[in-house]
Design a protein around this ligand. Structure first.
Ligand code: FAD
Ligand code: NAD
Length: 456
């Protein structure tokens, strides 16, 4: 049981992703009672998730139980595996629900908070397009990568079923990716590597038959990268026989085909065996409900509006960070992690301020003057400032691209050397030594023995 100190304020943290975990790592539990609520009891290192869809890396290598992360804290952190379904800002209470498969006699409860830190991330954007939820695969969580891997192998095995008609084989072996952002590009790249490294060995009959197509609504892929790297990615994909349809918008998803609108405005269908949907983020229902409770201050549809100190516009006791918010920054792990670290510092300063305020009247005049100076310092809380470390993306065939800040401009690079940098950057960013050892082992295993092609 967590030791709840009635003299300390309680911070309830929602989520165990990049934002919340980075906050948890840095928050001082001597200063606050800390409670975590998340429907998954682990942190997931998302940048390597595309590698799990074909078995380059095992999903278990990318997760870290939240209790491993909080175990070094000076006081216990209570972790509840549950989903927050309602936030009542007036009474400072949240409702939580056990939404796992196994439920006890009690599966709903409430928790009071003094401060609420919202790091629930976002959900997959579908734009309400018919059929996406039913027939598409997303790529956000561990189970998404497992589902993609399983479906991929199922399509391949079914294509080899005796007497399968040639046009059905063609459809089953057509892997379509919707969305040319970094998620879609990295997935297509990993799939290509699997095709070249493993499919040729284990399914020689299917060589040349498996096709990858990426559909993007905009005129080019990776709009956030520099022109030079967009060109490099598109030409690398061409060399890898990955077809890119730009200026092509998916309008509907059916069980075995997508309906697209071509650049000339005409509609067309593209049959698929596996469809991966990667068209970005939208707010979770919990966030939309909370926004509706602040109709005056929460008017940005993209997510929660926060001030420069990550405080929710309209509330003194709620803070929000990461993909759940609508800020000037892109929804990335880099931003979320920096915000988490910043917020822990802000809470430390608030605790120092509160303590000094409670003691300021005591002591000699000299003492009081000293405390007053310290208090002024504690009250001077700097706003959050993001420091961009660069953008990386894997493009297949052991090549990556990097857009790195360099002096007043940018350094753009692409190729095999950049892939070595990509690998070392991800290894050093992995949360623990345990994850680092596991990922390096997975890479070595893949090089020595190839990927495991058994269906999950
Ligand atoms: P998340 O990490 O999504 O965490 C949200 C947490 O909230 C989860 O633990 C979830 O279970 C929990 N939660 C959800 N609903 C509730 C609820 N109702 N109550 C309580 N908890 C809840 N960014 C980069 O900077 N570099 C990359 O290379 C990169 N690669 C990526 C690759 C992929 C495939 C994907 C999908 C994203 C990638 N990103 C990358 C983006 C990055 O993962 C996100 O920006 C980041 O995860 C956002 O952090 P977050 O903490 O806000 O949300
Ligand atoms: P995204 O928002 O970056 O890209 C989605 C793409 O889908 C857009 O280019 C959009 O034009 C396209 N699209 C939308 N609707 C469409 C439709 N109906 N038909 C065809 N195309 C359509 O999404 P993402 O790639 O999932 O990335 C989400 C966030 O995570 C971004 O901030 C990204 O930077 C970050 N991320 C970063 C990395 C990395 O740094 N390597 C990897 C993955 C994700």
């Amino acid at each position: 049981q967590a030791e709840v100190d009635p003299t300390k304020k309680t911070i309830v943290v929602l989520g165990s992703g990049w934002a919340s975990t980075s906050f948890l790592k840095a928050v001082d539990t001597d200063e606050y009672n800390v409670v975590v609520v998340s429907p998954r009891n682990y942190f997931l290192f998302t940048p390597l998730l595309p590698s799990c869809t074909v078995g380059t890396v095992d999903v278990r290598s990318l997760v870290e139980p939240i209790r491993f992360i909080t175990r070094h804290k000076s006081r216990d952190v209570k972790v509840y595996e549950a989903e927050c379904t309602d936030i009542d800002p007036d009474n400072k209470v949240i409702t939580i629900v056990d939404n796992s498969d196994v439920k006890g006699t009690k599966a709903q409860s409430t928790i009071n908070y003094d401060y609420l830190v919202i790091g629930v991330g976002a959900q997959n954007q579908t734009f309400g397009i018919k059929g996406v939820q039913e027939y598409g695969c997303f790529l956000k969580e561990v189970w998404d990568a497992q589902k993609i891997r399983s479906r991929l192998m199922d399509c391949i095995e079914t294509a080899g079923f005796p007497g399968q008609a040639p046009e059905e084989v063609e459809r089953l072996l057509h892997m379509v990716v919707v969305g040319g952002g970094p998620s879609g590009i990295e997935y297509a790249a990993e799939l290509h590597d699997f095709l070249i490294d493993d499919l040729t060995t284990w399914y020689p009959d299917l060589v040349g038959k498996l096709k990858i197509t990426l559909v993007e609504a905009l005129p080019n892929v990776l709009p956030a990268f520099s022109k030079q790297l967009i060109d490099y990615t598109e030409s690398t994909f061409k060399e890898q026989n990955i077809t890119i349809h730009t200026k092509t918008m998916v309008k509907e998803v059916r069980e075995k085909e997508i309906v697209v609108q071509r650049p000339d405005g005409k509609q067309d269908t593209i049959p698929f065996g596996l469809l991966v949907w990667a068209t970005g983020n939208t707010s979770r229902p919990l966030i939309r409900d909370l926004m509706a409770k602040f109709p005056e201050s929460q008017t940005v549809r993209r997510g929660l509006a926060v001030d420069d100190w990550l405080r929710l516009e309209g509330s003194e006791s709620i803070f929000a960070l990461g993909d759940a918010t609508a800020t000037k920054y892109a929804p990335t792990a880099q931003v979320a992690a920096q915000q988490g670290k910043y917020l822990a510092r802000l809470f430390h300063q608030m605790s120092t301020r509160d303590e000094l305020e409670s003691q300021i009247a005591a002591g000699s005049a000299e003492d009081r003057a000293k405390k007053e100076r310290k208090l002024q310092k504690a009250k001077d809380i700097k706003p959050f400032e993001y420091s961009h470390q660069g953008s990386l993306c894997y493009v297949g065939s052991d090549k990556a691209i990097a857009d790195l800040p360099f002096g007043p401009g940018n350094l753009a690079s692409g190729g095999v050397a950049t892939y070595a940098f990509w690998r070392s950057a991800y290894i050093s960013n992995l949360f623990s030594g345990r994850n680092r050892a596991l990922v390096i082992t997975d890479w070595l295993k893949k090089t020595a023995m190839g990927r495991d092609i058994s269906r999950e």
